[in-house]
Ligand binder design. Structure first.
Ligand SMILES: [Fe+2]
Ligand SMILES: [Fe+2]
Length: 341
């Protein structure tokens, strides 16, 4: 991070430390600055701010800010800590020494979402994240949110988190990755990431539970029996797998540049086919039809961004130029269409 004068601050820069005046936080860490924010800081007499620069991000991949006006689902600092820990886990040669890291991330993710009643599923403006670690962490976050929503016991959620974090570890072993690996049942790389992940983990039964290892092996089975390898179906597939697949597919779709709306629509379309409908509906009850970050055109011609789910799944709360508007019959404002951003 670097400290710069307010006169050198430009829209798009990311705040690296909370900015406060008289104990009131004006802008918090992780916020992406807009021209309006900069004016506000000047008005409050802020002279210097800490902003992130690219070197702050361990992984050099592109800066990916999709929904800058929305808060991240977890603070960037925390997310980066998980990424750093996960980098140690993903190094399979050291996995037998890094089970402690795996325990720590799992527990931390679990605790982070335990108390949140109102989860804004905006995972997707994490900055500078290397694809596989971000995908694994995002899968774990979504799985955890579903599990907590269902009041599953900690022992279950903990296994689920580990399975989610490790599910694609095979890609790191083979050095290649298919991002959206749901439509390619005959793809050699997809098959081999399942097998090599399983082979690497199966001798670690003293550190990683059998359920987690089996979940990694089965994560490409499908609810309707059309998966790869074992062709298991329905409740022959462990719930750990049926839940993690929801997070896995949702994040992989976002990574493949689908909008959150397209991702949730895909899950709904595949509900009862690829995915267990019960867990699809649990995620749907959290996100609504228009997940956070969806750009929409309203019936009055305004363009808005979905901030969070409203009382009904189809009437979200939206942001129109900084103003929060509740859609639905009370306001007479409705979504006319989704804009592909
Ligand atoms: Fe996979
Ligand atoms: Fe995956």
């Amino acid at each position: 991070m670097k400290k710069i004068y307010i006169s050198d601050v430009n829209p798009g820069m990311v705040i690296a430390e909370d900015i406060a005046r008289n104990s009131i936080i004006l802008l918090s860490e992780g916020n992406v600055l807009t021209a309006k924010d900069i004016d506000k800081l000047k008005k409050y007499g802020v002279k210097e701010v800490f902003v992130y620069d690219e070197e702050d991000f361990t992984m050099e991949s592109k800066i990916n800010i999709q929904f800058p006006e929305l808060p991240p689902v977890v603070p960037n600092k925390k997310y980066k800590k998980w990424s750093d820990q996960f980098e140690k886990v993903i190094d399979i040669t050291k996995l037998d020494q890094s089970d402690e890291q795996l325990n720590q991330i799992s527990e931390d993710i679990y605790k982070s979402f335990l108390e949140k009643e109102d989860v804004v599923l905006n995972l997707f403006h994490n900055i500078g994240s290397e694809a596989l670690s971000a995908h694994s962490i995002n899968t774990a976050i979504i799985s955890s949110i579903i599990s907590v929503k269902l009041n599953m016991p900690f022992v279950f959620t903990n296994q689920l988190l580990k399975a989610s974090l490790l599910h694609d570890i095979g890609y790191s072993l083979i050095g290649e990755r298919v991002i959206f690996d749901y439509g390619h049942i005959d793809d050699k790389i997809v098959k081999s990431h399942v097998i090599s992940g399983y082979n690497a983990l199966k001798n670690m039964k003293d550190k990683i539970s059998k359920e987690v290892i089996d979940a990694v092996f089965n994560h490409h089975e499908r609810f309707d029996g059309t998966g790869i390898l074992m062709k298991k179906k329905g409740d022959q597939i462990n719930p750990l797998v049926r839940i993690l697949q929801i997070g896995d597919a949702y994040d992989a779709l976002i990574e493949s540049e689908q909008t959150p709306y397209e991702a949730i629509s895909y899950l709904l379309k595949q509900s009862g086919k690829m995915f267990d409908p019960y867990y699809v509906s649990t995620l749907f009850s959290i996100t609504g039809l228009y997940p956070t970050g969806t750009q929409v055109l309203l019936n009055n011609g305004d363009v808005a961004t979905v901030v969070k789910k409203g009382k009904a799944s189809v009437f979200p709360i939206v942001n129109v130029d900084g103003e929060i508007v509740e859609t639905g019959s009370n306001s007479g404002i409705y979504i006319k269409e989704v804009i592909k951003s």
